[in-house]
Design a protein around this ligand. Structure first.
Ligand SMILES: *Cc1c(COP(=O)(O)O)cnc(C)c1O
Length: 160
């Protein structure tokens, strides 16, 4: 849903003249496979999901994000959204949301936070600071069958 909204917002900003093949989604190299899957479902090109390198604690490196955005622009490609992950599935690492959000805001790129796992941190007075910067997000996803231990499949998609 988040990537669909980003794709449509890109259409509004850049017009339908931007070919589908030029649209890019930037997410860290350890983001959820759903990002690739969604790009395919949305009919974007096979290489639409750009893998942004992480630091040694498996968090997206903001400098690498800036480089990836610059590379897209130099190749005439349009980054339609950046996906920050708050709690990666395999490692639990949390991307530096405030830095990524600030880059997105400066560049006029929408910012999605995949908080499928990490959203539960909000419930903890001790740990909620880990989500600092999530307020930059244009959209957030949360997953209640993971982070909130619900026994039925249950997710939330929040938009600004
Ligand atoms: C599980 C997970 C998803 C996908 O959520 P589903 O609602 O189970 O499809 C997305 N992102 C992350 C980080 C996840 O761990």
């Amino acid at each position: 849903m988040a990537l669909l909204v980003a794709r449509e917002a890109c259409r509004l900003w850049h017009g339908s003249s931007v070919e589908t093949a030029r649209r890019r989604i930037l997410a860290s190299e350890v983001s959820h496979f759903g990002v690739d899957e969604a790009a395919t479902i949305l009919g974007l090109s096979g290489d639409a999901a750009v893998s942004v390198p992480c630091d040694n604690r498996l968090r997206m490196d903001p400098k690498a994000l800036s480089r990836a955005i610059a590379e897209c622009h130099s190749e005439g490609l349009i980054p339609i959204t950046v996906v920050g992950t708050a709690g990666t599935t395999d490692f639990g690492s949390i991307d530096p949301l405030a830095s990524l959000g600030a880059i997105c805001r400066n560049q006029g790129i929408s910012f999605h936070v995949d908080a499928a796992l990490g959203r539960g941190l909000f419930a903890s007075p001790r740990s909620r600071h880990c989500l600092r910067g999530i307020e930059y997000a244009d959209a957030v996803t949360a997953n209640y069958h993971k982070a909130f231990s619900q026994p039925v499949s249950c997710g939330a998609f929040l938009v600004r």
